[in-house]
Design a protein around this ligand. Structure first.
Ligand SMILES: [Fe+2]
Length: 230
């Protein structure tokens, strides 16, 4: 209900996969159950199955296993970043590409890699055709100043392709996105914000190629990251 009131029409459910604890094999069954509850409560929101896949699983699992965890059974896989070294992140992205999917890194702005070595993160993203999803809580400053500064620098460099609520409940990181739209517009301009918040989510759900907003980021917003990428 919170999501519907916020104007959200589709939610991708991305439970954490944890090796030896939860492998996501019951996700379709869980989604069906949730859809039923939505119907019973007149909640008009589409539910799409996904998963947040740890880098170790990305590296060790083959195509068949990853296919079961991909977003809506399409070509995108949400990859948990955790505290990654550049090598692990690069290896995870390469393995996902090798299996035939596009990695979407979940909240890399929270990693020391992004905060201290932005050039290395930018290189991994461009080399592996990877994508980046930033968490609303990072935009709101809930993870502190350095995370907030990092996401802003990434957005100015055109390295933010999606924004996710990373909702955990109605209270903890509730499923809301609209509050971050204005901040994104102020930072990168309306055109780039539209790609990030409207166009790319639709492309992802349709299994089509997303677009980098880089070319549309207002020139005044461009940061040192943009220069590092060239
Ligand atoms: Fe996560």
């Amino acid at each position: 209900m919170i999501a519907a009131a916020d104007g959200i029409s589709t939610i991708v459910a991305t439970p954490h996969i944890t090796e030896g604890v939860y492998d996501g094999s019951d996700r379709d069954e869980q989604i069906s159950r949730l859809k039923q509850r939505f119907r019973e409560n007149d909640i008009d929101i589409q539910l799409v199955p996904g998963a947040e896949v740890p880098m170790s699983t990305c590296i060790s699992a083959g195509r068949e296993a990853l296919e079961k965890l991909a977003i809506g059974g399409g070509p995108y896989l949400l990859v948990e970043t955790g505290e990654a070294t550049p090598e692990q992140m690069g290896q995870a992205a390469y393995s996902v590409r090798l299996a035939g999917f596009y990695p979407v890194f979940a909240h890399p702005e929270r990693t020391l890699l992004a905060q201290r070595h932005p050039d290395q993160l930018a290189e991994i993203i461009s080399r592996n055709e990877a994508w980046v999803q930033v968490t609303v809580a990072s935009i709101d400053g809930l993870f502190g100043k350095s995370v907030k500064k990092t996401w802003e620098q990434m957005a100015k460099a055109g390295l933010v392709h999606l924004i996710g609520s990373d909702a955990h409940s109605g209270r903890v990181r509730a499923p809301r996105l609209s509050g971050s739209y204005q901040e994104l517009c102020n930072l990168v301009g309306e055109k780039a914000a539209g790609i990030i918040m409207l166009e790319n989510p639709q492309q992802l759900l349709a299994g089509e190629k997303m677009r980098s907003p880089e070319a549309f980021v207002q020139p005044s917003s461009r940061s040192i990251w943009s220069r590092l990428r060239r």
